[in-house]
Design a protein around this ligand. Structure first.
Ligand code: SF4
Ligand code: SF4
Length: 176
């Protein structure tokens, strides 16, 4: 009986059999190949922290360049790195990764050149603006904007200077 239904439907509406070229669209949240946008990456390391199988690593042995490395053969496509990357540098493509036959073809290795500190010129691991806004609100407080682009040492110096100024002017270390 069923076959008669199918035949009558095919006769009235045309065949519903998929042809080889009829590509099934990927679902909206399909997790295909991982893509890393080098220009958006600040080498903050959040993705390394969220990746439990250790598929992403950051090699910062060099002073001015951070090497961001992804090993697809360790990836479980859980999506945590994409979800938590503060600059949206990570995303999934709408294409399934190819089967792994040669390990080296399933590596992404990107070099992130660190910007120089505004004051002393040392390399800086920049905190993404989005992360700062999540921490301090938007618009960012003036003192945070002032500290942006400074290395750890220069940030500490700036904070000490502010602290001393507050004590000198108000006699109160909390500035009240
Ligand atoms: S979380 Fe995003 S910005 Fe941070 S290192 Fe990973 S890819 Fe780069
Ligand atoms: S999708 Fe999951 S397993 Fe794959 S790199 Fe990202 S956090 Fe690691």
């Amino acid at each position: 009986m069923k076959i008669l239904d199918v035949l009558s439907q095919n006769l009235s509406h045309g065949s519903r059999t998929r042809q080889p070229n009829d590509v099934v669209p990927y679902p909206e949240d399909f997790r295909g190949k991982l893509s890393h946008a080098l220009e958006l990456c600040t080498a903050c390391g959040t993705c390394v922290y969220t990746c439990s199988p250790g598929a992403i690593k950051i090699d910062d042995a060099d002073e001015n360049v951070v090497h961001w490395i992804y090993m697809e053969d360790r990836c479980t496509f859980c999506g945590f790195c994409v979800q938590y990357c503060p600059t949206h540098a990570l995303s999934f493509e709408k294409e399934a990764p190819a089967p792994i036959t040669e390990r080296s073809q399933h590596y992404i290795s990107h070099d992130i050149v660190l910007p120089a500190c505004k004051v002393c010129g040392r390399p800086v691991r920049v905190i993404p603006e989005l992360t700062l806004k999540q921490l301090y609100g938007s618009p960012l407080p003036e003192e945070i904007v002032e500290a942006q682009g400074l290395c750890e040492n220069c940030r500490q110096k700036l904070i000490s200077k502010r602290f001393l100024k507050t004590i000198v002017f108000t006699g109160d270390p909390h500035g009240k």
